[in-house]
Design a protein around this ligand. Structure first.
Ligand code: SF4
Length: 66
């Protein structure tokens, strides 16, 4: 499972990284999301990754199942 971010939608609220700080970070300037894993999310972090996707009010995060 991967997560991709649409930075045109991300408003930098930070709810995703509050839900799963091991999966989501933020740029220093505008606070836009950084998905810490460009490939598969480690299995033990998948639940948090999904929580982060569900917490985003801008629907900027998408799950991609391989
Ligand atoms: S919750 Fe959504 S809009 Fe907010 S920083 Fe995360 S991806 Fe961006």
């Amino acid at each position: 499972m991967r997560v991709v971010a649409d930075l045109d939608k991300c408003q930098g609220h930070g709810l995703c990284r509050m839900s799963a700080p091991d999966v989501y970070g933020a740029t220093e300037d505008e606070g836009q999301v950084i998905v810490k894993f460009s490939g598969d999310i480690p299995e033990e972090l998948e639940d948090g990754a999904v929580l982060g996707v569900e917490s985003c009010p801008e629907i900027a995060l998408s799950i991609i199942e391989d």
